[in-house]
Design a binder for this molecule. Structure first.
Ligand code: S3P
Length: 430
């Protein structure tokens, strides 16, 4: 993907109105994957047309799945659990960790060999976390460069059910194992130290699999018959998070964000924002399947908080933007137990510390988080988002309260999860 455009942003005089955010990235990926492995047609509406989810579509098309993609909906003509074909080429996950890790679980069980790779960011991200449990199941999966990163070579094998205790709370790891478990010779379970997002468990059951959850353990029975479904993807709370934060920090702001997914394994941003003194009201709450609400957010005087423990997986992707809220809050915010931030699209601890301090914030990186002394005025800076869509959007929001101009080099990286982000931000601040 080429996206070398520099974006320039100024302080915002206002922020108001209504918006909807694009469909949830995690749920969109899963809809394509499970639809491909189901029999019959799966219809997905409000699918995220972001580069990451398009990478997932591309990988399944290369394995023989017909996928019709129109602006209104996508139709996936699934071929059942055993219907994938060997791809004619390398599979390219682009910038997408979810594609790489979840797909590895599926590929480990196919009767063919594949090579799975991605962009230079993906080629630096740790894959040991899936290589280890999948190998325990009998998978033949190797890091071609021997560095535990992609490109991965995967030769499909007969898999065994395992009971895996993961050291990290990761929905990508959990989901890779559960997907491989669909093909195993017995039940498979994954226990995590804290509950990560449970979209795989919810959606796989919807397609007809037998997945049970107890505490932080999810278990799956092998060889279910999966059938095509109609999936309506809720708005992505991880994208809404940028506008939630913007409305909290821009003086006088009031924003209504419609149809946001508020699954309790994803809603940590709401809990933390309220703890910080943020005025957020959930309207029109729907609990049918994945829960959703309209969020009414008003400018608020924020104060520092301590964030750590079991809440971390529920807001892991929101920690960069929570840093900006903390920079605008009175007092100190401490974030801990979030070492995995260093293994995201960029090292989000290092990158946040570098650029928030360049903007005038008092931030100290730690091994597993950061300490932010809020309240110092921010000023513009030049930000290199390090191929990380959420870093680009985080600093676009910081720019709204910074004196002078903020420049985001490679601003187009936002296309990974939110293609019209800057246009929407411009409209709401007009
Ligand atoms: C995701 C899980 C999280 C998250 C990522 C999407 C998913 O990653 O950061 O953006 O769709 O399962 P980890 O599982 O590595 O924590």
């Amino acid at each position: 993907m080429s996206h070398n455009n520099t974006i320039r942003l100024e302080k915002a005089a206002r922020l108001h109105g209504e918006t909807t955010v694009p469909g949830d990235k995690s749920i969109s990926h899963r809809a394509v994957m499970f639809g491909s492995l189901a029999e019959g047609t799966t219809e997905v509406t409000n699918f995220l047309q972001g580069a990451d989810c398009l990478s997932t579509i591309d990988c399944f098309r290369r394995m023989g799945i017909e996928i019709e993609n129109t602006p209104e909906r996508i139709l996936i003509h699934g071929r059942g659990l055993h219907g994938l074909h060997a791809p004619f080429s390398v599979l390219d996950a682009g910038n997408s960790g979810t594609t790489t890790r979840l797909l590895s679980g599926v590929l480990a069980a196919q009767p063919f060999e594949t090579t799975l790779t991605g962009d230079t960011s993906i080629q630096k991200r740790p894959m040991r976390r899936i290589i280890e449990p999948l190998s325990m199941m009998g998978a033949d999966i190797t890091s071609i460069n021997g560095n535990d990163c992609a490109p991965l070579h995967i030769a499909g094998s007969a898999l065994h059910g395992i009971r895996y205790h993961s050291k990290i709370a990761s929905a990508q790891v959990k989901s890779a194992i559960l997907l491989a478990g669909l093909y195993a010779d017995g039940a498979t379970s994954v226990t995590e130290p804290a509950l990560s997002r449970n979209h795989t468990e919810i959606m796989l059951n919807r397609f007809g699999a037998r997945v049970t959850s107890e505490g932080t353990t999810a278990s799956v029975e092998p060889e279910p018959a999966l059938y095509g479904q109609k999936i309506v993807v809720p708005g992505d709370i991880s994208s809404a998070a940028f506008f939630i934060a913007a409305a909290l920090i821009v003086p006088g702001a009031e924003l209504l964000i419609r149809n946001v997914g508020i699954n309790p394994t994803r809603d940590g941003i709401l809990r933390v924002a309220r703890d910080m003194g943020g005025d957020i009201t959930c309207l029109n709450v729907s609990r049918d399947g994945e829960p959703t609400a309209d969020l009414l957010v008003r400018h608020s005087a924020l104060h520092g908080v301590t964030i750590g423990g079991d809440i971390i997986p529920t807001l892991i992707d929101e920690l960069p933007i929570i840093n900006v809220m903390a920079a605008c809050a009175e007092g100190t915010t401490v974030i801990r137990d979030a070492a995995d931030l260093r293994a995201k699209e960029s090292d989000r601890i290092g990158v946040m510390a570098q650029y928030l301090s360049a903007m005038g914030c008092d931030i100290t990186p730690t091994q597993d988080g950061m300490i932010i002394a809020g309240g110092s005025p921010l000023h513009g800076a030049v930000i290199d988002p390090h191929m990380d869509h959420r870093i680009a959007m985080t600093f676009a929001i910081a720019a709204l309260v910074a004196d002078g101009t903020t420049e985001i080099t490679d601003g187009g990286i936002v296309a990974v999860s939110y293609p019209n982000f800057y246009e929407e931000l411009a409209r709401l601040t007009r």
